[in-house]
Ligand binder design. Structure first.
Ligand SMILES: Nc1ncnc2c1ncn2[C@@H]1O[C@H](COP(=O)(O)OP(=O)(O)OP(=O)(O)O)[C@@H](O)[C@H]1O
Length: 565
């Protein structure tokens, strides 16, 4: 472009487009991918601007040397903030957005009241623009072009990687992602660091472009609002979406400014945004991709599993010999603000067995699964798996050690296909790094659970029976040595229960040990080697199902409950 000799206006217009491509795409890496909607992008952009501006004006750093420093300062600021905020459960959605916006104003106030700005702004009129292009405006264009290409490559690389898959899982259900082995805290921090670093670089370049920076114009709501609009317009679930939004909005805005119709331009953009949000809530790009997918002959890009693989699911690794204690739980208690859900429970699970976990409603069965899988931390007691203590481990480390679980009410990742849902488990539990390999392996688990025809469906298109089987496929795909099944049969018809019972048998046959929480007595009798019965959070009885269910104390705990099953 600089060689074409066009008026400087075009260089500047293209600079601004690419500048917004960097900002919107960098915002999307955290907020679009992981769903942590930030309104604090102005703070990180501003950190980059003021770092570069101060290093150039006060310390005479050459402009290009200030850019890594701008990235670093913005990154450190973001990671320091994230290290605290991401630890607080529940700071998501509007709370996270408001918190990050408040931080922008706090940082703006600090900058104005310190020598960083001093209330007068920082002038860079005396700083020389490096001679990268033939003119100053072309230099800015080339710098922004390099930054935009690098940012888009990073965003693409993350989207197609295991890291990206983890972020998309966090977007849909952070707790379920953690239980499947996604290191959610680390991933969120990494995404924030990348997002802030890129915003810092954009800020560093923009400082010299503006040549005079004031906190009043930097730390405003304009930057976060604009990047959110651009990303939402283009589509937040794809690396290219924010760039499309950025080009569309900047192009429209400046074409009207050039023709002296700036107000009409803003009104038109407002109208376009309203129409886009109403008719394309997932963004322009998602709309186009959906039309493309509907086109005859459009495939998903995932090769089918080889025929031999389809016949047999992957063997599950077994670390302990048959009959050895796999899981040892001693004196386990869990209380919730005065409610003692588990009280000093001792349970042993042996390798290869199906252990039924029974008890009336509210007796602590789901709490047991939640504590063993790391969803809740125990109040007291000890949990040991294959001889190693699980106490204090986060849920993703427990998943990584070979324990998988299902939820009583299925919790699939709503925006991912059935195949992608299972592939996440293959990657994080089964340690397959390459997403395409993960999808091939996931396909084998879909065949195992009979869901292969639904591979491209969204979870919302499945019935309850299929969603429960998807939970099973997802749990198995992490190749666990112990599977904790929480009422997988609940809500199924008698025919579907028969299918599920046969499937659970096959799961055991291919090597997994199963703890099976269930109220359906027919299935308990057919499947379990042993049962333990809980009542009021305590262990009431244990042994073979036929003996234990006859005991008077069990019958009285269950009074009225056995009969209906
Ligand atoms: N997150 C929570 N907060 C407060 N109380 C809880 C929580 N989770 C479980 N409880 C309480 O702990 C007790 C045991 O609940 P739990 O869900 O483990 O029982 P359950 O045996 O699985 O019951 P069901 O068969 O109905 O699923 C109940 O009194 C329940 O209300």
């Amino acid at each position: 472009m600089p060689q074409l000799g066009l008026p400087a206006f075009y260089d500047s217009l293209l600079y601004l487009m690419l500048h917004w491509v960097v900002l919107a795409t960098s915002w999307n890496i955290l907020s679009g991918y992981s769903g942590y909607f930030s309104f604090g992008h102005g703070a990180f952009f501003g950190a980059g601007i003021y770092t570069s501006a101060n290093l150039m004006s006060r310390y005479d750093w050459p402009f290009l040397w200030t850019l890594p420093a701008a990235a670093l300062v913005a990154m450190v600021l973001g990671v320091a903030l994230g290290a605290i905020v991401f630890r607080v459960k529940g700071v998501r959605g509007e709370l996270f957005a408001l918190l990050t916006l408040a931080i922008t104003f706090v940082i703006g106030t600090i900058v104005v009241n310190t020598p960083l700005d001093g209330g007068n702004g920082v002038s860079l009129a005396a700083v020389a623009v490096p001679k990268i292009g033939p003119t100053a405006s072309s230099t800015f264009y080339l710098l922004a072009l390099a930054a935009a290409v690098a940012t888009l490559l990073i965003a693409w690389g993350i989207q197609v990687s295991k890291f990206g898959a983890g972020l998309f899982a966090i977007h849909d259900d952070e707790e379920a992602a953690e239980v499947l082995g996604v290191p959610t805290y680390r991933y969120k921090l990494m995404a924030l660091a990348v997002s802030c670093g890129l915003a810092g670089v954009a800020g560093g370049i923009h400082a010299l472009f503006l040549s005079y920076v004031t906190a009043g114009e930097v730390f405003t709501i304009t930057v976060p609002l604009t990047v959110v609009l651009m990303s939402v317009l283009g589509g937040t679930r794809h690396w290219a979406g924010p760039a499309i939004g950025a080009v569309a909005i900047t192009g429209l805005l400046y074409s009207f400014t050039a023709a002296d119709h700036a107000v009409a331009g803003k009104a038109l953009i407002g109208a376009i945004l309203i129409a886009a949000i109403l008719f394309m809530p997932d963004g322009i790009l998602e709309r186009v991709r959906r039309l493309w997918r509907r086109a005859p002959g459009a495939g998903t890009g995932v090769a089918p599993a080889p025929a031999a693989a389809v016949l047999a699911p992957p063997a599950v690794a077994s670390a302990a010999p048959q009959g050895e204690v796999l899981l040892r739980v001693k004196g386990l208690s869990k209380s919730f603000k005065g409610v003692l859900a588990l009280s000093g429970v001792d349970v042993e699970v042996r390798r290869g067995e199906i252990l039924g976990l029974l008890g009336p409603n509210g007796s602590g069965k789901s709490t047991f699964i939640n504590v063993v899988s790391g969803h809740y931390t125990p109040t007291s007691g000890h949990i040991e798996f294959e001889g190693r203590s699980l106490n204090g481990l986060p849920a993703h480390r427990i998943a990584g050690s070979g324990i998988a679980r299902t939820y009583q009410i299925p919790r699939p990742f709503a925006h991912l296909s059935v195949l992608q849902n299972v592939a996440i488990a293959t990657m994080f539990g089964g340690a397959v790094r390459d997403p395409l390999d993960a999808q091939r392996q996931a396909m084998r688990w879909l065949e195992f659970t009979g869901l292969e025809a639904k591979r491209d469906a969204r979870p919302e298109d499945l019935n309850l029976h299929q969603r429960k089987f998807l939970e099973l496929a997802r749990a198995l795909a992490s190749r666990p040595r112990l599977v904790l099944l929480d009422e997988v049969l609940c809500g199924l018809t008698p025919g579907e229960i028969d299918d599920a019972v046969a499937l659970i048998r096959r799961i055991r046959e291919q090597g997994s040990t199963i703890v099976f929480v269930e109220h359906v007595m027919r299935a308990v009798m057919a499947l379990t080697d042993r049962i333990v019965v809980f009542n009021h959070g305590e262990l009431l009885a244990e042994g073979a199902a036929r003996d234990v269910m006859q005991r008077p104390e069990v019958m009285s705990a269950y009074l009225g409950k056995v009969a209906h099953a």
